[in-house]
Design a protein around this ligand. Structure first.
Ligand code: MRU
Length: 358
């Protein structure tokens, strides 16, 4: 079993327990967060990260924000739910799961609006727990659907971390790997280190190594030669937001890997739950891309690696155009060669807001 990324402890009032991913792999430290400000900070500085985990964190964050609301005034409680949700929405802009989870929590509050405040709080706790539990089932389903892409002797390449640490369970991009490994297949994985915050080196390499999967860490700029000379058969990455035409935002560098994969005729797959689709956005140009502090580039992990006052640009994500994507592995199956029509057809059969498990 992968490490428990995030969980809710107790009832209401309770705490959110999460592993501090900024310290991995050197230190395994769990935090017990008791207030919404700590959760906002944990999301912002990537103590908890990865799109599905951010969604769960936001749902738990909402609980932290409303759990000490005193009194029985329903209108005041509704205003408080909105205030806390709006605050959490400012933590990070790109992963749509954060907004998806908060909308789902707000819908639950609205549906329970005629009930007492105590009952509404209990409803929100149940909804947050459901989001968490469903993500586990979704990871397993993505694993089952994606494992067909992995044969004995396959050589995979992945970028960033879309593993257990980024979700409630098996991950998205790594789920097919964990599943194929459990099914007894032998294959190899190249993990891009993923500059500037090294999620690939610190988290993906760590997770796969712990699972006993044959993983080789490479610097991001080695992906081209790995694709050409090391027999890579398939690329699988995660996603932070997928537009209605299949354009996919993921960790910075993903677009480059997709271009390289196309050049080397290696299929490039995205693995993501349907909650990562944002069909209100027609294409990738409208996906908000987070820009992070210059210090992540100039002072990686504390040491100056660039001249003082150098100009920098530090987008945390990029968008891979849909025509470079062979398929999107979801909990409902693989959406092949995504485009606007195929995404719409897929969603006509699979409604992500129905709140069920695959
Ligand atoms: O900045 P991060 O570490 O939150 O970025 C994470 C990624 O880009 C992941 O690939 C994505 O969220 C999918 S996680 C299943």
């Amino acid at each position: 079993m992968p490490v428990a990324t995030i969980d809710w402890t107790g009832e209401l009032p309770g705490t959110a327990r999460l592993i501090d991913q900024t310290l991995l792999p050197g230190e395994t430290k769990f935090l017990e967060l008791a207030d919404v400000e700590s959760m906002w900070e944990a999301i912002r500085v990537l103590r908890v990260r990865g799109a599905p985990a951010i969604g769960i964190a936001a749902a738990f964050g909402l609980l932290l924000g409303i759990q000490r609301f005193a009194g029985s005034d329903r209108a005041a409680f509704a205003a408080e739910v909105k205030r806390v949700a709006d605050y959490l929405r400012t933590a990070r802009p790109t992963a749509v799961n954060l907004f998806w989870a908060l909308e789902r929590m707000e819908r639950r509050a609205a549906a329970d609006a005629a009930r007492s405040v105590t009952e509404q709080k209990a409803g929100l706790l149940a909804e947050a727990r459901a989001i968490h539990a469903e993500d586990r089932a979704i990871c397993r389903a993505i694993g089952r659907h994606g494992a067909v892409l992995i044969d004995d002797g396959s050589v995979l390449l992945t970028h960033c971390n879309a593993g257990g640490l980024a979700t409630a369970d098996y991950g998205t991009a790594l789920a097919p790997m964990f599943t194929a490994h459990e099914q007894g297949r032998r294959f190899k994985v190249f993990a891009d280190e993923t500059r500037p915050l090294l999620q690939g080196a610190r988290l993906t390499a760590w997770e796969l190594q712990q699972a006993g999967i044959d993983v080789t860490l490479i610097c991001d700029d080695m992906a081209a030669v790995a694709l050409r000379d090391r027999g890579v058969t398939c690329v699988i990455v995660g996603a932070d937001r997928i537009a209605a035409n299949g354009d996919t935002a993921n960790k910075i560098g993903t677009y480059g890997v997709a271009v390289l994969a196309r050049h080397h005729r290696v299929p490039f797959y995205v693995a993501a739950p349907t909650s990562t689709f944002d069909r209100r956005i027609a294409d990738g140009r409208a996906i908000p891309i987070e820009e992070r502090a210059a210090s992540e580039i100039t002072h990686g992990f504390g040491r100056a690696t660039a001249p003082a006052a150098i100009a920098t640009w530090n987008p945390a994500f990029d968008v891979t155009p849909h025509d470079l994507i062979a398929g999107i592995i979801t909990e409902h199956g693989i959406l092949e060669r995504p485009d606007t029509r195929r995404v719409a057809d897929f969603f006509a059969h699979h409604d992500p807001h129905r709140g069920g498990t695959p």
